[in-house]
Ligand binder design. Structure first.
Ligand code: NAP
Length: 314
């Protein structure tokens, strides 16, 4: 199977490169020859490579900057996936694409005000430009008629790249106290776990006796996060507890104090509730979904002392 993979300098693309390598022939064009802000260039690259599968973790992910660069964010997050889908359809190829909890406004709750996880079919209502552009990407793929899987995920971290986990591990060495938002809720998700779950689904596609039947049964949109929920503050406390046990920093862990998001203003609004219901993913693909704490533990335990980034669940 010829797999065209995007975004390998990013957290998820980096992890996918490691997991997909054993499944098929992974083709990774250089960024300058396949720039997603140049959709026609992208179209030509796909026509030249003629992949069986396109896996697209690349995205414009600078949530705050997107507020002032809506056109660029739209081209990368909506137009480029639309081109991938069109070309996949023409080639008879499939497209695996990643989206976000930010397609929702974060207001889902019961009558008592308890937050409820979002199901795939719940109405979308993004409250920032990034979420709007990612939703437009989803819609273009779904309307294209190509074989596709779209995985919505949340709060992605890794030992590679730039992310909340690495920022907290750095701050743990520098600060005595951390003030972290405690009124936004979601499931932290490691890029390594996402890549392993994706790879196991791609293996199912490859081994399906009847491809038409497989796609008829499974094509669609799925939520892909670990189980459970926490706040950014709760996530930080767990990072400190687990990293402390693994002696990832030599000083005493900083005191972590919760603050409301209103004390940490950002250009883009973020949903209060980012929790995604993952029952459909578990049911369709027979995946056992671990807790977010177990996924974090798996990621941190694989932190090599020499900061070499390969390994499961990183
Ligand atoms: N990070 C999160 O918390 C989060 C949460 C929910 C959903 N998601 C979704 O999960 C997926 C993976 O996210 P991630 O955290 O792995 O992203 P990331 O680390 O920010 O990586 C993004 C990747 O996209 C590439 N890219 C950006 N603009 C490009 C362009 N014009 N042409 C080609 N490549 C381009 C980047 O390349 P350069 O390095 O060259 O810029 C990088 O490789 C994305 O679809 C994202 O929307 C992420």
């Amino acid at each position: 199977m010829r797999i065209l993979l995007t975004g390998t300098s990013g957290q998820l693309g980096h992890a996918l490169l490691q997991t997909l390598d054993s499944i098929g022939t992974v083709i990774v064009p250089e960024r300058r020859t396949m720039d997603l802000s140049q959709p026609e260039q992208l179209r030509q690259v796909i026509r030249t490579i003629q992949p069986d599968l396109i896996v697209n973790p690349a995205a414009y992910t600078a949530v705050d900057k997107a507020e002032s660069e809506p056109e660029l964010a739209h081209t990368i997050n909506a137009t480029a996936p639309a081109v991938m889908a069109e070309e996949a359809k023409k080639l008879g190829a499939a497209l695996i694409h990643y989206s976000t909890d930010y397609v929702f406004d974060g207001s889902k709750c019961d009558a008592a005000g308890n937050l409820l996880p979002y199901a795939e079919q719940d109405p979308t209502a993004p409250i920032n430009v990034y979420g709007q552009t990612k939703l437009a990407g989803e819609q273009a793929i779904r309307q294209s008629g190509c074989r596709h899987l779209i995985f919505r995920t949340s709060w992605v971290y890794s030992l590679f790249g730039k992310n909340f986990l690495l920022t907290m591990l750095r701050l743990a060495k520098e600060r005595e106290e951390l003030n972290i938002v405690n009124d936004q809720w979601g499931a932290p998700t490691s890029a390594g776990w996402l890549a392993e779950a994706s790879a196991s689904i791609i293996a199912q596609i490859i081994h399906a006796a009847d491809q038409d039947q497989w796609w008829e049964q499974h094509q669609g949109l799925y939520h892909m996060t670990p189980q459970g929920k926490t706040s950014w503050c709760g996530f930080t406390q767990e990072i400190m507890a687990q990293a402390g046990k693994l002696a990832l920093f030599s000083k005493t862990a900083p005191v972590v104090t919760g603050i409301p998001a209103s004390q940490y203003p950002t250009p883009a609004r973020r949903p209060v509730n980012s929790c995604l219901d993952t029952h459909l993913l578990a049911q369709h693909f027979g995946l056992a979904i671990p807790t977010w704490q177990a996924v974090l533990e798996n990621c941190l335990q694989r932190q090599p002392q020499n900061n070499h980034h390969s390994g499961k669940y990183n």
